[in-house]
Design a protein. Structure first.
Lengths: 94, 350
């Protein structure tokens, strides 16, 4: 089960498992983002590489227009993996 | 060479008193331009420029060896040149062109179909350039059409057949010790090469087929290569991440991975097993890094610089040397890339 909720401050809260089965929901949602946005991972149980691919594609589109995604609430493990993968210079981490 | 000259060919292409610069451009540039397009289309940037240059050099050396081998075989067999060009020369030339790229694949320097195609084509391009330089010096004043055919037809054919050989080898997993993929790859490349030479009785047709067929073939290879790469990238990134989480959890001993490492203590000293665990962690971290770089490159983004990468690569090298071949082989069941996957190191060093 995967869902994206919008918080009062406009940030998006990812909930559940973002894997191959749910990546369509994420893609549809991220394609609507047109300005800098915070993505809160604190309620995300799991994100597969296919989900990261959707994030990267959205970030590329946003960077081209001077905006970007900020990733917050990541587990220490996910943060380390994304840092190891070199994503830290592409996304803003909080 | 008999040319089906007809009224459709512009007169300037039939003129023999042409400029040397034009001859050079027509005979050498098409294959280089095609190679440039292949590199440009590689969104994952799998191949380094240095590797392309080395591949072209290897192809050039292959051309020299082929020249001497072909001359010797012709002298011994006295085959008619037309038969020799179809039945013998393709096998000799594809063997010499394919040796370097096959060695690279065997060493793990070529990871995917796309880099196999590029490095194969580059090797064939190096071969074709030397061959065309030889003909530029030896043929003298011949119509520009000849150079057009040599540049667009023969040169692209040399690149294309070696690309086919490399893709076949990579696709069949030539890192295995089996000889069958190598024989099959040379046979396939030589068959295509021989077919082209057979059609050289009508060089315009042969060149036309090459100009149409080769780009289509490369598009198909890139399409399939990217599909496979993406699928592999997704699977292995997730697997590496889970493995790293397992190592970090501190509960390795209770897992099949931990039990395997404990079982290795019967054959290796305890300090070696500890080093294996260190090596496993480093390899997983570097593997995640390489895959992250590829995922970002596909979208035209650059990974953040990691100052620790070179140190980690040195540490891996040191640990592999300390553990020796037996130790590295013992790690294969849990760390399949141990001692291999040179392409991954190339990406990390970029």
């Amino acid at each position: 089960m995967f869902a994206i909720n919008t918080d009062n401050d406009g940030s998006l809260r990812l909930v559940g498992r973002l894997d191959a089965a749910s990546v369509g929901i994420a893609r549809d949602h991220f394609e609507q983002i047109e300005s800098s946005t915070r993505l809160d991972f604190s309620n995300l149980d799991y994100i597969a590489s296919v989900g990261l691919g959707v994030l990267i594609a959205a970030q590329r589109r946003l960077l081209a227009s001077g905006h970007g995604l900020t990733l917050t609430g990541m587990s220490p493990h996910l943060r380390e993996v994304l840092t190891l993968a070199g994503f830290e210079g592409v996304f803003a981490f909080e | 060479m008999s040319l089906p000259l007809n009224e459709m060919i512009p007169p300037w292409l039939l003129a023999s008193d042409n400029h040397l610069g034009l001859r050079i451009a027509l005979s050498l540039l098409p294959v280089l331009l095609f190679l440039g397009v292949l590199l440009w289309l590689d969104s994952f940037r799998l191949v380094r420029k240095k590797s392309v240059m080395v591949a072209m050099f290897a192809g050039a050396i292959g051309a020299l060896f082929s020249y001497f081998a072909n001359t010797a075989i012709l002298e011994v067999t006295h085959l008619p040149p037309a038969i020799f060009a179809i039945m013998a020369a393709p096998f000799v030339e594809e063997t010499f062109k394919g040796l370097w790229v096959a060695w690279q694949i065997r060493r793990g320097q070529v990871g995917f179909l796309i880099d196999a195609a590029i490095l194969g084509f580059a090797t064939g391009a190096g071969f074709a350039i030397v061959e065309n330089i030889y003909y530029l010096r030896s043929l003298g004043d011949v119509p520009l059409l000849v150079w057009l055919i040599r540049g667009l037809g023969t040169a692209l054919m040399h690149g294309g057949t070696t690309a086919v050989l490399a893709v076949f080898l990579r696709g069949r997993g030539a890192s295995s010790p089996a000889r069958a993929p190598w024989i099959g790859a040379v046979f396939l490349a030589a068959l295509l090469h021989g077919a082209f030479n057979r059609f050289m009785t009508d060089p315009l047709l042969a060149t036309g087929v090459m100009v149409i067929f080769l780009p289509l073939m490369m598009v198909a290879v890139y399409h399939e290569g990217e599909r496979r790469l993406r699928a592999w990238l997704g699977r292995s990134f997730d697997r590496d991440r889970e493995l790293l989480e397992l190592i970090q959890s501190g509960e390795v001993r209770t897992t099949p991975l931990g039990k395997y490492l404990v079982s290795l203590r019967e054959q290796f000293p305890a300090e070696d097993v500890a080093d294996m665990l260190c090596l496993l962690r480093l390899q997983v971290e570097l593997s995640i890094r390489a895959k992250g770089v590829l995922m970002l490159r596909e979208q035209g983004l650059e990974a953040a610089a990691d100052p620790d990468v070179l140190g980690k690569l040195k540490e891996v090298k040191w640990l592999e040397k300390r553990l020796g071949r037996a130790g590295v082989l013992a790690m294969r069941p849990i760390c399949h890339w141990a001692g291999g996957d040179g392409w991954q190191k190339n990406i990390l060093q970029d």
